[in-house]
Write a protein that binds this ligand. Sequence first.
Ligand code: XMP
Length: 420
Amino acid sequence: METKQTVVIVDLSGRCNQLIARSVRNLNVYCQLVGDNAKIEDIKKVNPIGIILTGESEGEKAIEAEVKTIGVPVLDIRDIDVESKQGVKTLKAFLYKTCKAKGDWTMKAFTEAMVAELKEKIGDKKVLCALSGGVDSAVCAALIHKANKDCLTCVFVDHGLMRKGEPEQVVDVFGNKLGMNLIHIDASERFLTKLEGVNDPERKRKIIGEEFIRVFEEEAKKIGAVDFLVQGTIYPDIIESGIGSKGLVKSHHNVGGLPDVIDFKEILEPVKDLFKDEVRKVGIEIGLPLEQVNRQPFPGPGLGVRCIGAITRERLAILKDADFIMREEIAKAGWDTKIWQYFAVITDMKSVGVRNEVRSYEYTVALRAIHSIDAMSAQFVHLPFEILETISRRITTEVVGVNRVVYDITSKPPATIEWE
Ligand code: XMP
């Protein structure tokens, strides 16, 4: 892995600047982002072929003068818009003409090198991976499986709060198709019992998180001590945990704090250097099905935060069916690849309607579709009314218990993406 050429991006503003890092990577050059408090010796150790200065510099920074003494080309990109045509041209000329980059950062090369590295590191030791259905853990598991399929045990804790058809898909793809050693624990009853009567969103999240750890821990105990525990950390997690003097953006979210409770020797983080789009490319490279690789973001507490108020089995079943119809119609209309995230929410509100000339008193389902780049902000999607109309008609005729469908036209901020 260490043979690849590296460019170091020094973010002088002390805030992370992922945009430039992603632009460099898109030009097939590997780069690492460091903060304004980086040590010059650490930058030298990376043996960079070039250095890029970015951010809104606040006054004279010692690091700025120091990097120029390293003896590799330095590009000050502070006045350049890297998303513009001219910006890309400048960046490309710096990388390829000035720094003589070879363009050796490709996901094919990464995949081959990572599989070889894992093969060497793991040998015949035991690896445990919590599979969530999400793309990061799926790609990690697939890389390890490719390195040594006999060493890996995947545990899939099914909390009953995944979308309709998803648990079956996880078992089919990872267990049957890829032939992984997969333990599927259907813990839905256990989760739903714990959640009975719980209204408060934060309390719901806490219960789901804690119960997840408990179930996983019980299963891990049966497996016994393992050498490695896999974690699907990606590069933005590390950047956002704080690389500069401004520090933390948000805490690096481990899988609910698993490392403290499982008996293991080391954590494996095979995709920790990758951005999300790179993780997806590795997934394709390694042969994961497209629907798995392109899976839209899905919250850890799953449908638990889309079933407003206390979760009941009845409303959860309604939500699964309504959400399934929405996904089906959006895909049919060809909008599934155009939208960042879309889903249904079941409210805890009933309203009056009329069905077969008889008064009804049933639930309201809300539909949400948003565009986003990093989930920090989001804009609601201007979905064509025809699609919304079809979804509404199908939900109110096919799903028993729903007589009203609304579309959420709020962006983030002031709303969040999820309703709870
Ligand atoms: P919000 O609702 O905060 O969501 O605007 C931002 C993004 O994060 C997802 N989300 C979560 N993801 N665990 C996760 O792994 C969570 O508890 C969680 N809550 C929200 C949400 O789906 C959106 O993409």
